[in-house]
Design a protein around this ligand. Structure first.
Ligand code: HEC
Ligand code: HEC
Length: 299
């Protein structure tokens, strides 16, 4: 009898081990998280504000207009409607109860670079940590220094409205384990400094591919079709256009408020409008680097 049960037991234990491996948190210890920082590092809120704009954090987290139910500020923007349901971006003001007040640098980096909550559960990739994982600890902690300076606002965001099985947060852990690349950004030594700067800004902060690269059936960005344009997440909204066939200058031109107000190439209601406005703060050299990188994918 014991002999007959033995193979069953082996399969059971292997299955449990696999399940455990799939959902085991991928967090960094403090030493791991802060290893790349210079010894005298101090987060700089002025640098942080610029990086915050480059990374488009406000697109999802900023509520521009106070209403009876919801105060103004970084308390979470509109719900993100997706085929899985509606995600409500978090309150990222320093309010200790409903925001991220009191978070350590390690907790912040685990959220941005590992998609991991302080309690060890995963975040949904509607929060583009799949891109921010490639950002340097230094840049992200400048952003934290900027956020720490904001006014704390008490506001509890609603729970995400998701259909089963997307509603099971732990399932995202398996998705992360199998499909997300958490390796840091590596410059390509065969490319120019400008190209590498553009690659870093585009992949790690700007997350342009999040909207402009078509997705695989697994909902990851399809690297073989980088920047070829993608349908909108929400039916009825503007599609994110193909970028690789643009004329020189066209990508730089799209990255400013003028693209909306003056040239009307970006519609105020599109998901791009926040990006264009946020990039008013970004230097021309950085915008040009982004263009150089993206156009290098042209066939
Ligand atoms: C495309 C929309 C989007 C963008 C852009 C975005 N976020 Fe978020 N963020 C979210 C969503 C949605 C969540 C909630 C995820 C969840 O509950 O699993 C979130 C969660 C977070 C959290 C966790 C808060 C908590 O209380 O657990 C932090 C911190 C955060 N975002 C910071 C940032 C920063 C900093 C940036 C810019 C570098 C940024 N986000 C850009 C959508 C976004
Ligand atoms: C949140 C989704 C989203 C992100 C992130 C995003 N885009 Fe867009 N983008 C769009 C959409 C949607 C449009 C179409 C806008 C329209 O038709 O009004 C667009 C349009 C554009 C255009 C076309 C302008 C034209 O002349 O037609 C360019 C160029 C562009 N984006 C570049 C970028 C770059 C570079 C980045 C990264 C820094 C970026 N986008 C990030 C959604 C996004």
């Amino acid at each position: 009898m014991a002999r007959k049960l033995f193979p069953l037991l082996v399969v059971l234990i292997a299955g449990l081990a696999l399940a455990l491996w799939l959902v085991w948190p991928n967090g960094m210890t403090q030493d791991e998280a802060l290893a790349s920082l210079p010894a005298d590092f101090a987060g700089d809120p002025v640098k942080g504000e610029l990086l915050f704009n480059t990374a488009g954090c406000g697109s999802c987290h900023m509520n521009e207009q106070a209403s009876a139910e919801k105060p103004e500020g970084l308390v979470g923007g509109k719900g993100l409607e997706t085929p899985f349901g509606t995600f409500y971006p978090s309150n990222i003001t320093p309010d200790p109860a409903t925001g991220i007040g009191g978070w350590s640098e390690t907790q912040f980096l685990n959220a941005l670079q590992r998609g991991l909550r302080p309690d060890g559960l995963p975040y949904y990739p509607a929060f583009p940590y799949t891109a921010y994982a490639k950002a340097s600890a230094e840049d992200l902690l400048h952003i934290k220094a900027y956020l720490d300076e904001q006014e704390p606002v008490e506001y509890q965001v609603p729970k995400h409205a998701l259909a089963f099985p997307a509603s099971i947060r732990l399932g995202v852990a398996a998705y992360k384990k199998l499909l997300v690349d958490f390796s840091p950004f590596e410059p390509d030594p065969n490319q120019t400094d400008e190209w590498n700067r553009g690659a870093y800004l585009t992949q790690a902060l700007g997350h342009c591919g999040f909207c402009h690269t078509p997705r695989t059936p697994w909902q990851t960005e399809d690297a073989s079709r980088a920047f070829e344009g993608a349908p909108p997440l929400k039916a009825g909204e503007k599609a994110a256009k193909k970028l690789v066939d643009r004329k020189p200058g066209a990508i730089v031109d799209a990255l400013s408020s003028d693209a909306i107000d003056l040239f009307a190439i970006i519609s105020e209601k599109s998901a791009m409008a926040h990006v264009s406005r946020a990039y008013d703060a970004v230097s021309d050299a950085d915008k040009q680097a982004i263009e150089t990188y993206i156009l290098s994918f042209a066939p």
